[in-house]
Design a protein around this ligand. Structure first.
Ligand code: F6R
Length: 609
């Protein structure tokens, strides 16, 4: 994930910006840069490809004297990791650093070029620089220029701005990617997280969704999404003691749920060539993607459900048959595996004992072993032939959230790569699927806005003894994931069934007032799921429907609650639906007062079978 820092200081800030960037190195990056407003009133930047040591050498050779500046570590999304594409992006009047993806950058780029502001790099960030420059040229103040441009940008991102002629002003804006503001003595700071700012201050204010802050040495004004000045609480951060800090969240789990737009965006940046709407696998594979005639996926728990979604995708889009199994069953079942075939194990921690054993079983059978892991130096990663990383940062909450959606995003990209190689996904279909993946960070940010409503809905669940989850197609694994999240966090008994299976037994469970969570977003199966929903409603169930606007319009009157998620391509719908089932379980557990981050009897890394 890209990292952002900023300082309105009292002496030269370039070296301090560099130090703060070092504390963001753990997020991963491939180039870096800083810009300051120099005493002669000009904006000057230094940038370097590769590690921060290169930037440091550049600064040593050509020091900067400015007492106000911004800095950035870049993880390339649009455009190669070159110095020319590194941030800050600058015109004579503004310098910009940016984290996240501006989805509509291509349309904005054309429009800017037509009005005399042509782009020179392949980045989406330059579009922001040019748009703000145009407003400044038209006579806007920095605050007005940023306020005018922000609503034109689609996607999930964080931004920081530095302006020529304003030696006491930084502007920061958040839409989907977190930003922390640090309060010093006669100085103020901006950081992607409190950890970056820990050497400077422990007093942190987190911007909320849609916020824009005008930051001066002696304080700041925050404007909400409607442009109204608002107060945001100041926290004392523990980040200096502990690398990962909860920020202004009550639990790690809620922080990790909120991090999903950024986590997914960072993961996708690894797999996609967004500028060309293509999947671009960086991994060297020891076999031809068109070769295998089946794929075996093994995993445990939530990672298994990610594998189950992937089965639907691989079979439908890539026409590749998939066997998917929980690792603890697979390893002892003695399944015949074809020598030279391909296995994929999925694990956040990379240490799960059963998944590791499944990997070793496949290897012993002579298979090529691929692993999707979040912890790059884990045992599973070390023992695999190919590592497909999820890049969602450390996951602390025991219940997996951002790792799940990042796994799904990465699996979605793999499906496209296999489908293309096997001749089942043509360029136009690939562009459509990649566009659906690229739109995810924005859609996830949108889905998170249902938080307040879901908290209220969760009251219904917190009074239940049993809850049923149903769905069809890829909504079925999401029903399973919803039920797992609810039981592990709230200790309420929950089960999930394919909606079409109800009549074969489970419908007998339904009695008056039993909550049934129905996952049904727009696809070719939605109407069938909705009719299954009416069948349980007619038997007294209290329906909580997770759907998009189109589904909500079809829902009818026998639905107790509707949780509306954004309408997306059905391909990526499970990733958006994940947010709703996670928040529902999270808030139910909070209402019930259970230990959300460390539920009873559970461990984050299950290294015993
Ligand atoms: C549930 C959960 C677990 C893990 C499972 C596998 O919320 O987190 O079900 O998904 O223990 O863990 P990893 O992915 O580390 O192999």
């Amino acid at each position: 994930m890209c990292g952002i820092v900023g300082i309105v200081g009292t002496g030269p800030v370039a070296n301090r910006l560099h130090d703060a960037l070092q504390r963001l190195e753990y997020r991963g990056y491939d180039s870096a840069g800083v810009a300051t407003l120099e005493p002669d009133g000009t904006l000057v930047r230094r940038r370097a490809e590769g590690k921060l040591a290169n930037l440091s050498a550049r600064l040593e050779k050509d020091p900067l004297a400015g007492a106000i500046g911004i800095g950035h570590t870049r993880w390339a999304t649009h455009g190669a990791p070159t110095e020319a594409n590194a941030h800050p992006h600058m015109s004579a009047s503004v310098a910009v650093v940016h984290n996240g993806i501006i989805e509509n950058f291509a349309a904005l780029r054309d429009e800017l070029a037509a009005t005399g502001y042509p782009a020179r790099t392949e980045t989406d960030t330059e579009i922001v620089t040019l748009s703000v420059t145009r407003e400044l040229d038209r006579g806007a103040t920095p605050g007005q220029a940023v306020a005018k441009v922000l609503p034109q940008l689609k996607g999930a991102f964080a931004l920081a701005f530095l302006f020529r002629g304003f030696d006491d002003l930084l502007i920061a804006a958040r839409q989907g990617s977190p930003l922390a503001i640090g309060h010093g003595r006669g100085e103020m700071f901006i950081g992607s997280d409190a950890f970056a700012l820990a050497p400077f201050t422990a007093k942190i204010t987190y911007l909320e969704e849609g916020d824009r802050a005008e930051i001066h040495r002696d304080g700041m004004t925050i404007f909400d999404v409607n442009g109204k000045p608002v107060d945001r609480e100041q926290h004392l951060s523990a980040a200096s003691a502990l690398m990962v800090d909860k920020g202004n969240h009550r639990h790690f789990m809620s922080m990790e749920i909120d991090q999903q737009p950024e986590a997914v965006s960072h993961t996708l940046a690894h797999y996609l060539d967004m500028a060309n709407n293509k999947v671009d696998l960086r991994e060297q594979l020891p076999f031809d993607l068109a070769g295998p005639d089946r794929l075996t996926i093994t995993a445990c728990g939530t990672a298994f459900y990610a594998g189950l979604v992937a089965k639907y995708w691989f079979e439908r889009y890539a026409r590749l048959p998939v066997d998917v199994d929980v690792a603890s069953e697979f390893r002892y079942r003695e399944p015949p595996l074809e020598k030279g075939g391909v296995s994929l194990v999925i694990s956040q921690s990379g240490e799960t004992a059963d998944t590791l054993a499944a990997l070793r079983y496949a290897r012993a059978a002579g298979q090529h072993v691929m692993a999707m892991v979040n912890v790059a130096e884990s045992t599973i990663a070390r023992e695999s032939d190919v590592i497909f990383p999820t890049l969602c940062g450390p996951e602390i909450g025991v219940a997996s959230t951002k790792a799940f959606t990042s796994q799904l995003a990465a699996l979605g990209a793999l499906v496209v790569a296999f489908g293309r190689a096997r001749g089942h996904i043509k360029p136009r279909a690939e562009a459509k699927m990649v566009a659906a993946l690229t739109g995810l960070p924005g859609a996830l940010s949108e889905a998170l806005k249902a938080d307040g409503h879901i908290e209220a809905v969760a009251r219904v669940l917190s009074r239940a003894g049993d809850v049923l989850y149903i769905g069809r197609g890829t909504a079925f694994p999401l029903a399973l994931e919803g039920a797992l999240k609810l039981k592990e966090l709230s200790y309420i008994h929950a089960e999930a069934y394919p909606a079409g299976e109800l009549k074969h037994g489970p419908i007998a469970l339904i009695d008056e007032g039993m909550p049934v969570v129905v996952v049904a977003t727009t696809d070719e199966l939605m109407e069938k799921t909705i009719s299954n929903m009416h069948e349980v409603a007619a038997r007294g169930a209290k329906i909580i429907l997770i759907t998009d606007r189109q589904g909500a319009a079809l829902a009818g009157n026998d639905v107790a609650e509707i949780i509306v998620v954004p309408r997306v391509d059905p391909f990526v719908a499970p990733i958006v639906n994940a947010v709703a089932v996670q928040l529902l379980a999270y808030h139910t557990a909070v209402h019930m007062g259970t230990d959300v981050d460390q539920p009873r009897n559970l461990a984050k890394s299950v290294t015993v079978e």
